[in-house]
Design a protein around this ligand. Structure first.
Ligand code: NAP
Length: 275
C-alpha cells in the first residue's frame, strides 16, 4: 500500500472519465504528493468499496454515473446543497472511516458560467432548461441561489420536470417538450442538460429560432466541445459556453479538501485534459 494521499473517481462505466487526467495534472502542476485513479464499481459492490477505500489510504472520491444518488445512503454527513439536490459527487473520508458527502456540480456549472461569460447577469431574466435529470437538479439549485428570477424547464418525460417544480417551488415553471422552443422567447440564460448532442447519441432537434441574441447559452455536454446546440446559438449571435469548464470546476472543491491546494481552472487545465 502506498503512503501517498489517494483519491479516485468511482462509477460504471469509468474508462471515459476525464477526472484522473484533471487531478493528476493538478497534482503535478502544484508539485503535490498524491495519486488519483479511476475505479470501476458496480452497484452491488458500492457499499463494500466505500468501506474499503479509507482502509486502503484513500482520503476521498468523486462519484459519477450511476452512483450519485445511491452513495447518499452511506454518508454520515451530507452538505445542505447535496441534500437539496438529492445526490453527491464528492466524498471525503474521515480518519475514523466516516463519509462526508457534497455535491459540487451546481458550483462547477456556476463557476464555469461566470468565468466564461463574465457579463452574464443572473437577475436579467428567466433561465430555460432542457432536461430534468440529475444534472438539471444541481443546476436549478445553483441558478436559484444566484438569484435567477424564473426557471422554465422542459423535459421529454414531463412528470420528471413536474417533480422538480414540486421540489423547488414557485420560481420553477414547466413547459411541454413539444413546445420547448417557446421557453426561449424571453430567456436570458439557456441550458441544455439533456444528453442530446453527445457523440454517438441522438441529435438535439428542438428549434432554437426563438433564441434572443442577448441570451447566454450553455451546453453541459462536452463531447464534442462545440455541440450543434452551441453552434446554432452562436449563429443567432448568443454568447456560448461549453460544458468542459463545468467538469473542471466541479473538481476544484474536492481537490482542495483532499490535497490542500485550491487549483486553478485555466486554458492550461483545459489543454491538459483534452490531450
Ligand atoms: P440523467 O439524469 O440520465 O438525465 C438525462 C436527461 O436527458 C433527461 O432529462 C432525459 O430525459 C434527457 N434525454 C435523454 N435522451 C433523450 C432524448 N432522446 N430526447 C429527449 N431527452 C432526452 O443524466 P444527467 O446526469 O442529468 O446528465 C445529462 C448529461 O449531462 C449527460 O450527457 C452528462 O454526460 C452531462 N453532464 C455533464 C457534466 C459536466 O460537468 N459538464 C456534469 C453532469 C452531467 P427523460 O427524463 O425524458 O429521459
Amino acid at each position: 500500500m502506498t503512503n501517498l494521499p489517494r483519491a479516485a473517481v468511482i462509477g460504471n462505466p469509468i474508462s471515459h472519465s476525464l477526472s484522473p487526467k484533471l487531478h493528476s495534472y493538478w497534482l503535478n502542476r502544484y508539485g503535490l504528493d498524491g495519486e488519483y485513479t479511476a475505479i470501476k464499481v458496480t452497484e452491488d459492490a458500492l457499499e463494500s468499496t466505500l468501506r474499503d477505500l479509507p482502509k486502503q489510504g484513500f482520503i476521498g472520491a468523486n462519484v459519477t454515473i450511476p452512483h450519485k444518488v445511491s452513495v447518499m445512503q452511506f454518508a454520515d454527513q451530507i452538505t445542505d446543497r447535496a441534500t437539496l439536490i438529492g445526490a453527491a459527487n464528492t466524498l471525503i473520508f474521515k480518519e475514523d472511516g466516516r463519509i462526508f458527502a457534497d455535491n459540487t456540480d451546481g458550483y462547477g456549472f456556476m463557476a464555469n458560467l461566470r468565468q466564461s461569460a463574465p457579463d452574464w447577469d443572473p437577475k436579467a431574466g428567466p433561465a430555460a432548461i432542457f432536461g430534468a435529470g440529475g444534472a438539471a437538479r444541481a443546476i436549478i439549485v445553483a441558478l436559484a441561489d444566484a438569484g435567477v428570477p424564473e426557471i422554465i424547464i422542459s423535459n421529454r418525460t414531463r412528470p420528471k420536470a413536474e417533480a422538480l417544480r414540486a421540489d423547488f417551488g414557485a420560481r420553477v415553471t414547466v413547459m411541454d417538450w413539444v413546445q420547448a422552443d417557446k421557453m426561449l422567447e424571453d430567456a436570458n440564460t439557456v441550458i441544455n442538460t439533456t444528453s442530446l448532442g453527445m457523440v454517438g447519441g441522438q441529435e438535439f432537434k428542438v428549434s432554437l429560432d426563438s433564441l434572443r441574441p442577448e441570451a447566454v447559452v450553455t451546453d453541459i455536454v462536452y463531447n464534442p466541445l462545440r455541440t450543434p446546440f452551441l453552434e446554432a446559438a452562436q449563429e443567432k449571435g448568443c454568447t456560448t459556453v461549453d460544458g468542459l469548464g463545468m467538469l473542471l470546476h466541479q473538481g476544484v472543491p474536492g481537490f482542495e479538501r483532499w490535497f490542500g491546494q485550491r487549483p486553478e481552472v485555466d486554458e492550461a487545465t483545459r489543454r491538459a485534459v483534452l490531450e
